[in-house]
Design a binder for this molecule. Structure first.
Ligand code: FES
Length: 106
C-alpha cells in the first residue's frame, strides 16, 4: 500500500503497487490531484513533486544531483523531504509508504 495525500488534502490508499512502479505513475493511474508527470518521468518537469513521510525518508533516500537540480527549480515549495515522484520506484521494502503531493510552484 502507498498512502498518498493529494494537493486538496484527500488521502488515497493505493493498493495496486507493483514492484518497480514509480510514485508518479501510481498517482497518475489513480488521478491523484496534483500529480501531473508532464515530462513522462524524465526528471525534467517537477510536476510529480512529493513530500516523503518523515518516518520513511531514510528508507527512500535523498535525490541524486540531477533530481536535486530539478527540485531547486521549485525551491519555493521544496522541503527537506522533497522527492520527484517519477524518481522513486516502489519495492517491497517500501510497502506502507506515505507521501503528500506538493503544491505547484508559483
Ligand atoms: Fe517530470 Fe517527474 S514526471 S520530473
Amino acid at each position: 500500500t502507498v498512502t498518498m495525500t493529494d494537493v486538496e488534502g484527500r488521502t488515497h490508499a493505493l493498493e495496486d503497487v507493483e514492484d518497480g512502479i514509480s510514485l508518479m505513475e501510481l498517482g497518475r493511474r489513480h488521478g491523484v490531484a496534483g500529480i501531473m508527470g508532464d515530462c513522462g518521468g524524465g526528471c525534467a518537469c517537477a510536476t510529480c513533486h512529493v513530500y516523503i513521510g518523515e518516518e520513511w525518508w531514510e528508507k527512500v533516500g535523498g535525490p541524486d544531483d540531477v533530481e536535486f537540480a530539478m527540485l531547486d527549480m521549485v525551491a519555493d515549495v521544496m522541503r527537506d523531504n522533497s522527492r520527484l515522484g517519477c524518481q522513486v520506484r516502489m519495492s517491497p521494502e517500501l510497502d506502507g509508504l506515505a507521501v503528500t503531493v506538493a503544491p505547484a510552484s508559483s
